[in-house]
Design a protein around this ligand. Structure first.
Ligand code: NAD
Length: 359
């Protein structure tokens, strides 16, 4: 069966890195038997300029029809003055909501070849490979009531509500347990159950779901401790599952352990494992159009797409091996360059990965 991939390059370096990732997909289609159909559409500022909206109907329709979405990045200073609902970033929220993407998977992998890029000691992070599964559609970011009210004494008070229903916890827990099963079968659930009732329920539901995953070793950690452990001894973790706000913070912390934003992919999944795949970086206006952006995060996002949505784990492994090969060859874009290696641009790096794919 041919699967359809919607390609939404977006803005800035999104256009450049997506072009490199598409070449990888085309090589897999031509030489490795991957049955896919690719269709592109504008999103973000590019879409606003062309159609007057960052997420035009036609783009949303394509994303909904597709089996998977590959997204570059959106945003740029030229759009900062637009009303909030027309800003490029609004397209991302719209896609997440419309596609019902509730689980965000962010690996933090530090290739041994790049250990010196981290701000931590190389021995603490070399070979780091953790996966953070963050709930994406609930929690204090969406909970009602919310707002700013005026108290009887005239002082203003801001308030938000942390909310999680059992089914929301259960479905993201299952995604995390399933992911742990595909890795080293260790899952750490992170919350603040010593203080928050919502977290107490979170822990209860995760323990209940764990009964269906007897082969996965489950542990629990308070979020403040998890933040410390991530910089003290990050390799103790394999898969972490957590709520929206804790995951927002911890996944950025984990990403920075690797010191190379241009290397990190992400996936956002719905209940049927349909997903949107994108690098974690933004549109990088400072380097856009210069041909120097690192395409590896987007290429590794394609590997995640093959693993989680297209059921082609063997091809995912091949992409990840090809990335390791080009790093072994000493090829580096500017963001990961160190003296003694060879500096290359986006196109050269992408082509090197395509060439390194082996049957
Ligand atoms: P950014 O990730 O775009 O850039 C941060 C820094 O990292 C910059 O110095 C940039 O040059 C560098 N960088 C990022 N990706 C790189 C790559 N692949 N190769 C080499 N260097 C890379 O973050 P920012 O500067 O805070 O945001 C720029 C724009 O992107 C803003 O409009 C922001 O809203 C948007 N943004 C979009 C997304 C998304 O589309 N998912 C995510 C974050 C930010």
């Amino acid at each position: 069966m041919t699967q359809k991939i919607a390609v939404l390059p977006g803005d800035g370096i999104g256009l450049e890195v997506t072009a490199a990732a598409v070449k990888v997909l085309e090589r897999l289609r031509a030489d490795f038997g991957l049955k896919i159909e690719l269709e592109s559409a504008p999103v973000g500022g590019t879409a606003y300029t062309a159609h007057g909206h960052p997420l035009p109907e036609s783009t949303l329709k394509l994303a909904k029809q597709a089996d998977a979405v590959l997204l570059g990045a959106v945003g740029g200073p030229q759009y900062d003055e637009l009303p909030r609902e027309l800003r490029p970033e609004k397209a991302l929220l719209g896609l997440r909501a419309e596609l019902k993407l509730f689980a965000n998977l962010r690996p933090a992998i530090l290739y041994p070849q790049l250990a010196s890029a981290s701000s931590l000691k190389p021995e603490l992070v070399a070979g780091l490979d953790i996966l953070i599964v963050r709930e994406l559609t609930g929690d204090i970011y969406f909970g009602e009531p919310r707002g700013v009210r005026t108290l009887a004494n005239g002082e203003r008070q801001g308030f938000n509500t942390m909310l999680y229903a059992e089914h929301e916890i259960e479905r993201v827990a299952r995604v995390a347990f399933d992911a742990a099963r595909k890795r080293s079968k260790k899952l750490c659930s992170v919350e603040k159950a010593n203080v928050l009732e919502t977290s107490g329920l979170w822990r209860e539901v995760v323990v209940r779901v764990a009964k269906d995953y007897a082969d996965v070793e489950l542990s629990h950690m308070y979020v403040d401790n998890a933040a410390m452990q991530l910089v003290r001894a990050p390799k103790q973790f394999d898969v972490i599952v957590t709520g929206n706000i804790f995951g927002d913070i911890l996944s950025d912390e984990a990403a920075m352990l690797t010191g190379s934003i241009g290397m990190l992919p992400s996936a956002s999944l719905d209940a049927a494992n349909k997903g949107m795949y994108e690098p974690i970086h933004g549109s990088a206006p400072d380097i856009a159009g210069k041909g120097v952006a690192n395409p590896l995060a987007t290429i590794l996002s394609v590997a995640m797409m093959l693993r989680y949505t297209l059921n082609a784990a063997v091809l995912a492994d091949k992409i990840e091996k090809a990335v390791a090969t080009v790093l072994d060859q000493g090829l580096r874009t500017g963001d990961i360059y160190t003296p003694g290696t060879k500096k290359v641009g986006t196109v050269e790096m992408g082509n090197a990965v395509v060439a390194a794919l082996v049957k």
